[in-house]
Design a protein around this ligand. Sequence first.
Ligand code: AMP
Length: 395
Amino acid sequence: MNVLVINCGSSSLKYQLINSDTEAVLAKGLCERIGIDGRLVYKKAGGEKEITEAPMPTHKEAIQMVLDALTNEKTGAIKSLKEVDAIGHRVVHGGEKFASSAVITDEMIKAVEECNDLAPLHNPANLIGIRVCSELMPGVPQVGVFDTAFHQTMPPKAYLYGLPLDYYKNYKIRRYGFHGTSHSFVSKRAVEFLGLDKENSKVIVCHLGNGSSVSAVVNGKCIDTSMGMTPLEGLIMGTRSGSIDPAIMEFIAKKENLDIAGVMDVLNKKSGLYGMSGLSSDMRDLEDAAAEGNVDAKNAREALGYGIAKYVGGYVAAMNGVDAIVFTAGIGENDNLVREDVCSYLGYLGISIDKEINKKRGEEIVISTPDSKVKVAVIPTNEELAICRETVALV
Ligand code: AMP
């Protein structure tokens, strides 16, 4: 079965065509600058990357170009669209309505629309992708896979904020958590890879990328996670502040003469590693700068490592123990120094890591020593494959 996986953003769209039997990626790429001008990146397995500049006034033209590229006589990965058996869409926010992936129907779309308030930048874009695919490929079954679904098993003590309860009842203000597809994929893989008992396992997943979050997973079910009602809460991220004293918002607004939108812009786009270092949101740049003696870059890196260690400590308490700690995503898979830094706080758990093995990048490895009381591993995430698997399971 061939599954087209689509991750539709407001001005971009990432896609992969995956053969679900072999789990091989047949082709992948992205459309950028939708609504501005338009640029298609397409790469067939084993082929060269092709870049085509062409007008994409809306997502419809963008998806049409992806379909044309996939079925191109010379460079296409398939002969016709009949070879696309199902489509899996990433959907950011499923609110409390979706605790698992769902086949896309009119009713399901309506329920997703009701969650738009909670993710006003993401959900409408995801829905555009769904609608355009229904139009261009009528009859092909589609599935929505939610970033929030995996975290729906959290108990009220983990998801309720210390706010008037009416805000939860009336507006559904609560912790939802994000990166759920990754946390689910990586925690499941950790159980297999590390030979843990599925029914008796406590795993902490550190998804550290441009956006970062930590989750605590007991027997395959999420019991807590660091992101909140939105992906702004929790760890320091590329450009997002993560958790701060909420009173700082009013303070900045007065000092900088900003309205709410202005303050939110600072917290979402000008803070985090970028804001703290004044240099870049990319950990590679901060690693280089810190190595050259840049104190602000060093402090930003240390603040991230320290923050991760505090979440890990908190989740060990929440789970009354831990069997494995797993690092994933861009920073988690590649930045051995951040992993080493985080683990340096965890000696009290009997954790020790092999610093030489830890130097490996981007592959599935156990970095803890054989005598470490808790296993520590790197497991590359693969959200597209996870979406493909969910889609196959439902259609
Ligand atoms: P992601 O959002 O998972 O794609 O992760 C993106 C982040 O991973 C980038 O912002 C980089 O900071 C980080 N990253 C990627 N490769 C490396 C690397 N080799 N060393 C350190 N950080 C990296």
